[in-house]
Design a protein around this ligand. Structure first.
Ligand code: HEC
Length: 178
């Protein structure tokens, strides 16, 4: 009984200290401007699509598709395409794009409708010359370029994804789906 009581008191003390520390740090830096400044991305960045970006390589397209459809390596089910894994070499869970949270597309499970439906993208947008590869690449890299107030995630300017990963997502979106 005594042991349990001691444990409870220790736990309470730990909790009190934790909360006390949190409150102190908030009082010591009440000005959030520094944090906001650090997070500020500046104006939309224009990118040049790297040479050889768009690929017909089935592995590259499979990676683009996987990044588009999954939130992260931990939650991802099924077969990982060649070159992608659950975790990064440093052991952290690899984060993916979860683009289906906002977009519907072929094979999407519960695709969202915050962004436009990207089903039949090739036929509707590419074959009609409404869009080209560089435009799609730029839109994923920094979607603010044609819509300052976009709700879409910014992927290259923030460093969320690399140029190669954005090329692979672009290759997937503009590809012919079966
Ligand atoms: C939070 C919602 C959201 C997420 C997440 C999101 N998008 Fe979008 N996306 C949008 C919206 C909204 C638009 C419409 C244009 C705009 O507002 O900028 C858009 C537009 C696009 C377009 C242009 C379609 C066209 O031809 O007009 C592409 C391509 C695209 N998104 C790809 C992606 C990819 C790839 C990802 C994942 C890395 C992604 N989006 C994640 C909301 C989102």
């Amino acid at each position: 009984m005594n042991k349990i009581l001691t444990l409870a008191i220790t736990a309470a003390a730990v909790l009190t200290n934790t909360f006390a520390a949190d409150v102190r740090s908030a009082i010591e830096s009440p000005d959030a401007k520094k944090i906001l400044k650090k997070d500020y991305l500046g104006p939309a960045k224009k990118y040049t699509m790297p040479a050889g970006c768009i690929s017909n390589d089935p592995d590259a397209i499979a990676r683009g598709k996987f990044i588009f459809h999954n939130l992260n390596g931990g939650a991802a089910e099924g077969h990982f395409p060649k070159g992608l894994a659950k975790k990064l070499p440093n052991g952290e869970v690899k984060q993916y794009g979860n683009c289906v949270a906002c977009h519907n597309i072929e094979d999407a499970q519960g695709g969202g409708n915050i962004g436009p439906d990207l089903t039949n993208y090739k036929a509707y947008f590419m074959d009609t010359n409404t869009r080209d590869n560089a435009w799609v690449y730029q839109k994923i890299a920094d979607p603010r370029i044609d819509n300052e107030n976009t709700h879409m995630t910014i992927n290259l300017t923030t460093g969320l994804f690399t140029e190669t990963e954005i090329c692979e997502m672009t290759s997937y979106i503009v590809s012919e789906k079966k």
